[in-house]
Design a protein around this ligand. Structure first.
Ligand SMILES: *[C@@H]1O[C@H](CO)[C@@H](O)[C@H](O)[C@H]1NC(C)=O
Ligand SMILES: *[C@@H]1O[C@H](CO)[C@@H](O)[C@H](O)[C@H]1NC(C)=O
Ligand SMILES: *[C@@H]1O[C@H](CO)[C@@H](O)[C@H](O)[C@H]1NC(C)=O
Length: 375
């Protein structure tokens, strides 16, 4: 099962991180304590599907792939399997509801708790190929198994597991697509060839939402994909660079924007097709691109350089010596970087991204994140 998910695949996979300042994060935590006073009437239950942007330990538990310090250094003070120095967007979203962080579905140890949902996201995942672990389709199949097994155990008297009503009222989050687009470019497909693959990626996401809907799910929260062409890893990898005014790869960002437009239209279509559903589309691209374009306003100095990597400026990225591999260099704790490892964002960036998501300004329709547990 594990063999197709080769390490080289992992190495090419988009993951973003940013380094962060303690002072700033303290301020953000203070602002989060307002969000924490959420209006949940029901206990919030969340199921998340996606890639490294929201993997809270799935790769480490699923494949035993070691993810070591300095990952986790700023918040958890140990590696948790997240590709960041600290919390991810999904963690901040859970925190805003005063809910526990989501346990990775594949974490089989007794400490894992699934009363508040489960996280199916795994580093490197894409929608296609459909049957390669851990594609979106496979994550959905895992969810079907999880649901059937939970109900079986609940019926046999287990507590602290999710019942039928819990599954119906849960929020279903999908954050995937970045690797589909990135992989296409990595295979040397032309821009036109890359964009031709978008409809089949969208079909996979549509199938996923419909399957969840047919299972009784009604509340969906769908993140679009970020500006792929601003990742230090991509900037380092691509030889012939067509840079935009902010120093990002234009073709990569254009492909991401085309995907996002198709995803936005899909959400619109699903809203009318799926009776009684709420499908919220969140413009993560706009949030991240603003952070990069206006980085100095947010106190970040080198938005296209990884905190943890090798090679120094301009990108501090080298695929042969990535973050955590022998020879890597990491920025000082407290210095402000947007990118953690050239693919994934830092906790400092993620906390800003989360506050933007929670503002509702980037959501269509404009919906508070706690909408699913309010009534
Ligand atoms: C958050 O959860 C904890 C433990 O479940 C509870 O004691 C606390 O009152 C909650 N806080 C808010 C603001 O809901
Ligand atoms: C893509 O093209 C580059 C440069 O022409 C080459 O070095 C690389 O091996 C190619 N990759 C694949 C997967 O064909
Ligand atoms: C940068 O900030 C300005 C002023 O707030 C805003 O108008 C602009 O849209 C931002 N740039 C991006 C790329 O979001």
């Amino acid at each position: 099962m594990a063999s197709p998910l080769s390490l080289s695949l992992l190495c090419h996979h988009p993951i973003f991180f940013f380094c962060f300042s303690l002072l700033f994060s303290t301020l953000l935590l203070a602002s989060f304590s307002h969000a924490v006073a959420s209006q949940c009437k029901n206990q919030p239950i969340i199921f998340n599907f996606g890639d490294s942007n929201s993997d809270t330990g799935g790769l480490a538990s699923g494949l035993g792939f070691p993810i070591n310090l300095p990952n986790g250094r700023s918040f958890f003070r140990r590696s948790t399997g997240r590709l960041s120095d600290g919390r991810l967007l999904i963690d901040f979203l859970c925190q805003s509801l005063n809910a526990s962080y989501l346990s990775p579905y594949l974490d089989s140890l007794g400490g894992s708790k699934f009363a508040n949902g489960a996280n199916f996201a795994v580093v490197g995942s894409s929608t296609l190929p459909k049957y390669l672990p851990f594609s979106l389709n496979i994550q959905i199949m895992q969810f079907l198994h999880f649901k059937a097994r939970s109900l079986e155990l609940v019926n046999a008297g287990s507590r602290n597991l999710i019942n039928e009503e819990g599954f119906r009222n849960a929020l279903y989050i999908i954050d995937i697509g970045q690797n589909d687009i990135a992989d296409s470019f990595d295979k040397n497909l032309s821009y036109v060839q890359v964009t031709k693959r978008i409809p089949s990626i969208i079909t996979e996401i549509k199938n996923a939402v419909k399957t969840l809907y047919n299972q009784g799910g009604r509340k969906f929260w769908i993140h679009n994909t970020g500006p792929l062409g601003c990742l230090p890893q991509k900037l380092w990898l691509v030889q012939k660079k067509d840079l935009d005014p902010h120093g990002c790869l234009s073709s990569y960002n254009s492909a991401a924007l085309l995907f996002n437009e198709a995803l936005r239209l899909l959400c619109q279509e699903l809203r009318s097709e799926l009776a009684d559903s709420t499908v919220v589309y969140v413009d993560i691209y706009a949030i991240k691109y603003d952070l990069i374009a206006n980085s100095s306003k947010y106190g970040f100095s080198s938005p296209l350089m990884a905190c943890c990597g090798s090679g120094g400026p301009p990108y501090n990225y080298n695929i042969r010596v990535t973050c955590g591999q022998p020879g890597y260099q990491v920025c000082n704790e407290g210095s402000r970087f947007l990118s953690w490892d050239g693919i994934h964002y830092t906790e400092a960036a993620n906390s800003i991204i989360a506050s933007r998501v929670l503002s509702t300004a980037y959501s269509s329709p404009r919906t508070t994140f706690d909408f699913f547990c309010r009534s």
